[in-house]
Design a protein around this ligand. Structure first.
Ligand code: NI
Length: 178
C-alpha cells in the first residue's frame, strides 16, 4: 500500500474518459484500491477517482463517518465502485459547495441532481445498486464526473460562489485546506 501523487487541474490526464474494468478480484486491482484508500485518507478526502492518480480506469472510492473537509455532511458508507452508471431519479437540481483534491485550496457551488440511482460492481465483481439523495448523491456525481474527464469547476454556473476555502470558509478545520 502506498500514498500516490494526486494530479492537479491542468494535467491533461484528468480530462480523459476512463476505460471500463473487465477483470475483477485481481491482485493488481486489490493493490490499486488499497493505494486509493491510503491516498484519500492521507488527504482527508471524501472520495477519490482512479484518474486522479493517473490510472485511466472506471474506478471510484468514497465514503466517511465524519470528514474534516465537510463537517456538516452526513455519514456516507465506504464504497468501492467500478464501471458506474448513474440514473437521475428527479429533475430537481440542488446547489452545494464542493472541493476536490485535484483543485486544492478552492471551493465552488455546483448544481447536482438531488436524487439518483447508481449501479456498478465492487472490486470483486459483486453488484452494487443504491438509490441515494443529498450529500451521498452529490459525492457520487462528483466522483463519476472524474471518469468522464469533468472537474467540478466546469459545472459551476455562478462564479461569485467560487473561491478560496480559507476566504469563503474561514472557520473550517485547517486540514480541510486542500
Ligand atoms: Ni474531485
Amino acid at each position: 500500500m502506498a500514498i500516490r501523487e494526486i494530479l492537479k487541474m491542468g494535467d491533461p490526464r484528468l480530462l480523459r474518459v476512463a476505460e471500463p474494468i473487465t477483470a475483477f478480484g485481481t491482485p493488481e486491482l486489490d493493490s490499486l484500491v488499497a493505494d486509493m484508500f491510503d491516498t484519500m485518507h492521507a488527504a482527508n478526502g471524501a472520495g477519490l477517482a482512479a484518474p486522479q492518480i493517473g490510472v485511466n480506469l472506471q474506478l471510484v472510492i468514497f465514503g466517511f463517518q465524519s470528514n474534516a473537509r465537510y463537517p456538516d455532511a452526513p455519514q456516507v458508507p465506504e464504497t468501492v465502485l467500478l464501471n458506474p452508471v448513474l440514473t437521475p431519479l428527479s429533475d430537481d437540481m440542488e446547489e452545494g459547495f464542493e472541493g476536490c483534491l485535484s483543485v486544492p485550496g478552492l471551493r465552488g457551488s455546483v448544481p447536482r441532481h438531488t436524487r439518483l440511482r447508481y449501479e456498478g460492481v465492487d472490486q470483486y465483481g459483486k453488484a452494487i445498486r443504491r438509490e441515494v439523495d443529498g450529500f451521498h448523491a452529490r459525492v457520487v456525481q462528483h466522483e463519476v464526473d472524474h471518469l468522464l474527464g469533468i472537474l467540478y469547476p466546469m459545472r459551476i454556473r455562478d462564479f461569485s460562489r467560487f473561491g478560496f476555502t480559507e476566504v469563503m470558509f474561514p472557520g473550517l478545520d485547517p486540514r480541510a485546506d486542500d
